[in-house]
Design a protein around this ligand. Structure first.
Ligand SMILES: O=C(O)C1=N[C@H](C(=O)O)C[C@H](O)C1
Length: 288
């Protein structure tokens, strides 16, 4: 499979009683695809996945899958833990449910790059769906350089990487200069989307694309079409808006904004997250 374009990792909206607001989730899913996203990501970090019970996770996958099937869009589902065996088991459960799985580099364990390669090699042998490696060292504590990413990209069931290293470093430039055939490099740090697209990234998985989704899709199209002046100006505007969404831990500011827009019933998050301050939400709203 070839992954490209803008993919929206959906938040999990909560009602006042703390339960998932499924209607609001479905509305967000439909709006993202209607406004130009190529796909949805269910159960990403933006979904507060660590706080969702098993039956809640299944219900989220069901809704996102139904909306994606209706629209012919790609559904990627977050699956992964610091344990190879249980990650393989979670992947097997995605057979027929997802087009791809977003699998985080094992967090906290810090297994070395050789361990990361061994983890994904074992998963690639067992998974029924293509894998997207989620490279996010500030959350996992494990960096993965361009040489290892290239080797991961050569594994038969690895379709791409969600690349979120907090900037445009030398490994990012080296990987994008020479990616393995058919390997999608997707921007995973919202403020750096435009810079990575300029370097040849295939798209992005971006929480802030809940907002101004059509402009994110236009940014992707414009870089692809080589409309540099237009893409650069649009990219600058969207990057600054994205930065405002990440002034406090994701997705707290985003939820504050979506609630202020009347798109979700509350801005509630589950502990250990706490709601964003009013000042951060108001600052983000001013950037829209
Ligand atoms: O859930 C995701 O996928 C994303 N998570 C990132 C994070 O919270 O660190 C941000 C990115 O926009 C998408």
């Amino acid at each position: 499979m070839t992954l490209s374009g803008i993919h929206v990792p959906l938040i999990t909206p909560f009602a006042a009683d703390g339960e998932i607001a499924f209607d609001a989730l479905e509305d967000l899913a439909r709006a993202a695809l209607d406004d130009g996203a190529s796909g949805l990501v269910a159960l990403g970090t933006t979904a507060e996945v660590a706080t969702l019970a098993e039956e809640e996770r299944r219900a989220v996958i069901e809704i996102c899958g139904r909306v994606c099937r209706e629209r012919g869009a790609t559904l990627t589902v977050g699956a992964g833990s610091a344990d190879t065996r249980s990650t393989a088991e979670a992947l097997r459960a995605l057979k027929g449910e997802a087009d791809a799985a977003l699998v985080t580099v094992p967090a906290f364990v810090r297994p070395s790059e050789a361990g990361v390669l061994a983890h994904f090699t074992a998963l690639a042998e067992q998974t029924p769906v293509p894998l997207v490696v989620y490279n996010i060292p500030y959350r996992t504590g494990q960096s993965v350089g361009a040489a290892t990413l290239r080797r991961l990209g050569e594994l038969p069931m690895v379709a791409g990487v969600k690349h979120a290293v907090g900037g445009v470093d030398l490994d990012t430039v080296a990987l994008l200069a020479d990616p393995p055939e058919g390997f999608a490099v997707l921007a995973g740090d919202d403020p750096f989307l435009s810079a990575l697209l300029a370097l040849g990234a295939s798209g992005g998985i971006l929480a802030s694309a809940h907002l101004r989704t059509g402009e994110f899709a236009e940014l992707f199209r414009a870089w692809r079409a080589g409309e540099v002046e237009h893409a650069r100006a649009l990219g600058h505007r969207l990057s600054l808006m994205s930065a405002a969404m990440f002034a406090e831990p994701n997705p707290t500011v985003l939820k504050g904004v979506l609630h202020a827009q009347g798109r979700i019933p509350t801005a509630d998050v589950r502990l250990p997250l706490v709601p964003a301050s009013r000042a951060s939400v108001e600052a983000a709203l001013r950037m829209l």
